[in-house]
Write a protein that binds this ligand. Structure first.
Ligand code: NAD
Ligand code: MG
Length: 330
């Protein structure tokens, strides 16, 4: 993959331009604050009287409604939930977007699956930071940046890639490294990662480990410590120095046990499951299911959220985490 660093990128392509950040959530707030610190001209586009309106004002930004933001912007950043983007786009952006504007995304879903179809006379780009907003902002304030991906879907002005790269520089990401890819690659791998490994896989693994211990009669508190609390320590080590560092730091007993037993847990069947997840993402089946859920007002999602809250591991975990909080306060 091609990797861009600070010296490769000229942030001045955004000089005198207005960057409209649509949405003020995890990504919107973090990116807007970093861009302003990097000298960019930022306005925040929001729903009038939405919850984020006052927050953005308190942070000292110029805040306008979505339509106004779209009218004046040279770069429109769609930092809204994926299920909200098409509605906001249709109602406020499409009627107001100017020729030569750059329409920007932090994830490729809308473009890959065509929930948004932009006009031909604008640039369509992505700058996807590889971190949640808070982390991104913290790393920037420390003087560095988180890695990011950039992609160009449509290059009307001939300047699309330079704009995407300049945004990445505004976030400090060129200090770490900015990787060039395509919307489809970003969308498909991002969805796969969150479903199979990060959000789906990890909670599934922890949940089953907890259940196995508790069903065998061990105290839930002990099960929570062993299969959930310590997961962070292990993942941090892998993040720092790969499997090698983790295997080096844990005991030889843990290393021998882990290496000889893991295939009993993640089996050929599990890999078939992962391949099914990928097939459904690639074929558009996941997109069909998820967009049907949008039309259903996320009712199934909310029901699953409720059910998840009532899992025994969540109830035990809440109690245990309270003990830690008390300790911190005293
Ligand atoms: P979010 O849910 O944190 O924020 C959304 C913001 O959108 C809200 O603060 C609000 O200002 C606005 N909003 C929410 N519902 C709305 C509605 N019904 N009508 C109008 N406005 C509404 O979103 P996020 O997690 O920052 O995600 C934004 C984009 O960034 C998505 O495309 C996501 O895939 C991508 N992304 C997120 C992360 C992450 O870690 N959160 C990381 C990389 C990329
Ligand atoms: Mg991701």
């Amino acid at each position: 993959m091609k990797i861009y660093h600070d010296a490769d990128v000229d942030i001045d392509v955004l000089k005198g331009k207005t960057v409209a950040v649509m949405g003020y959530g995890s990504q919107g707030r973090a990116q807007a604050l970093c861009f302003r610190d990097s000298g960019l001209n930022v306005v925040i586009g929001l729903r009038k009287d939405g919850r984020s309106w006052n927050k953005a004002k308190e942070d000292g930004f110029k805040v306008v409604d979505f339509a106004e933001a779209a009218k004046t912007a040279d770069v429109i950043m769609m930092l809204l939930p994926d299920e909200v983007q098409p509605k906001v786009y249709k109602q406020f952006v499409e009627p107001n977007i100017r020729e030569g504007c750059a329409l920007e995304f932090a994830h490729g879903f809308a473009i890959t699956y065509k929930t948004i179809v932009p006009p031909k006379n604008v640039d369509v780009i992505m700058m996807a930071p590889k971190a949640p907003g808070d982390k991104e902002r913290d790393v920037f304030v420390e003087g560095f940046g988180v890695p990011a991906l950039v992609c160009v879907h449509q290059d009307h002005t001939g300047n699309a890639k330079n704009i995407a790269l300049a945004l990445a520089k505004g976030l400090g990401s060129t200090r770490a490294g900015v990787f060039e890819t395509t919307f489809d690659y970003e969308t498909l791998t991002d969805l796969f990662g969150e479903q199979a490994v990060l959000c789906g896989g990890t909670t599934g693994l922890i949940k089953s480990g907890f259940k196995t211990l508790v069903d065998a009669g061990y105290p839930p508190e002990m099960a929570y410590f062993e299969v959930c609390h310590e997961a962070k320590l292990i993942v941090d080590l892998i993040n720092e120095g790969g499997f090698e560092r983790m295997w080096h730091v844990v005991s030889n007993t843990a290393e021998y046990g882990g290496l000889t037993k893991r295939d009993l847990v993640i089996t050929k069947e599990s890999e078939k499951g992962m391949k099914k997840i990928l097939d459904d993402i690639e074929s558009g089946k996941f997109k069909d299911d998820w967009t049907a859920e949008w039309a259903n007002d996320l009712k199934n999602l909310k029901a699953m959220e409720e059910k998840e809250k009532n899992l025994q591991i969540e109830i035990t975990g809440r109690e245990i985490r309270k003990l830690f909080e008390k300790k911190k306060k005293n």
